[in-house]
Ligand binder design. Sequence first.
Ligand SMILES: Nc1ncnc2c1ncn2[C@@H]1O[C@H](COP(=O)(O)OP(=O)(O)O)[C@@H](O)[C@H]1O
Ligand SMILES: [Mg+2]
Length: 447
Amino acid sequence: MKTNRQQLLQLLADRVMTSRELIRELGISQPTLSRLINSIQNDIVVMGKGRATCYGLPKKPGQEVNRLPVYSIDVKGDVHPYGQLTPLQGGQYWWQSITCSGEISHHLPWQIQDLLINGYCARAFALRYGDHLKLSPRLTDWTEEDMLIATSRCGEDRPGNLILGEESLARYFELVRNPPELIELGSQALEYPQLALKTLARETIPLQLSGEQPKFSVCLNERGAPCRMLVKFSPAADSKEARRYADLLVCEHLALEAIRIAGLNAVRSRLVISGNQTFLCIKRFDRRGLFGRLPATSLRALHSRIQEPCDDWVSAATRLQKQGIIYLSEARKLHWLALFSDMIGNANQHFGNISFLPHGKDNYLLAPAYGMRPTIYEPLAGEIPARLFTPPSLRKEAEGELAAARQAAILFWKSAAIDERISEGFRQICFENCELLQLQEQGSKSP
Ligand SMILES: Nc1ncnc2c1ncn2[C@@H]1O[C@H](COP(=O)(O)OP(=O)(O)O)[C@@H](O)[C@H]1O
Ligand SMILES: [Mg+2]
């Protein structure tokens, strides 16, 4: 026969429970429950206050990963307490930010989701730190818990301004003690090929940003001011595939320009060409100077607040706006970006490719657009497959943005068609796509 203590621990291993639920399940009185809880208070997590008090079991009893402090870094690089995350048994989490009383969540709280490592850089990260973290060197073997361990121990440079865990914070202080060397604008073409080689050889500390393109991080000397940049690069090889990657990086630069010309916000980028290799150098919107940081959250994390599937940007924008999480103006901008993406062949419209910046108490503005390029033309398994661009059909919800987004897409294809940094073959494709969109535009105007 199991004791009350054993039964209680068994119940809490499945999920968090309130006193009322425990009294009912165990068939004991409130005073008996209180005595029981007191006798095992070091083994359980007590959440909330008064009638709302709940009890749960820490994910790993007796281990330091039980309560993970979360810190924020401000624009000057100073550290502030932000909250505390307690992983629980049964796959739940207890999240307490310093501004609210605390919440129990059935999945990783949305505020923390972007801190989990993923993408190209995560694979490099797993190889580099797997041993140190006593985890597999293969990212594919990692569970969510492993990712949390990794982020809490080596997550000093995640996107946005949050840092999870004391060990990651200590690593942030280490970064501050050893500031990076600034790269002069004039020496980019000389330095970048070396940095690309080191990145591919995994000799540098992996940049902690997601995305599938290889990239590294630099701090540029912008007329005396340090400026954090991320740099994407094409392969150095003289091959058709390398040429296509280079063309697409030029396209990304032109797409960002077309977005800005249309009056929307896009990250500032600069192309650096060195021999066969093209580098796209992009200013970070979540960094200031050498150590300052700004909050940012991905569409994926923000959208997880409303527990709907991550389907497409247009529907997500409408949902977030209806829930009052983003303003109508921002939903319209995201509609615009979705249409523009459709019309420039950017099939990479996943929820990590859009970010938001907090605004006011609980509202969000669209972060500058990034990662926009005609991904349908990306090489596949070392080949350059022939792809047909078909102008997309209209999406009713985003109808109001169609004409302006199409104008911007036409401008994008036109500028790519005459840009001599792009290979002749690909310029021809850009020219044809421009004509296709112009035809579609004329068709929509005729009665
Ligand atoms: N300018 C920027 N400032 C801050 N974070 C950025 C910026 N550009 C991209 N990111 C972050 O880096 C990730 C990868 O960038 P992205 O441009 O999408 O790369 P890829 O082309 O490899 O997909 C994004 O999901 C976003 O979190
Ligand atoms: Mg991306």
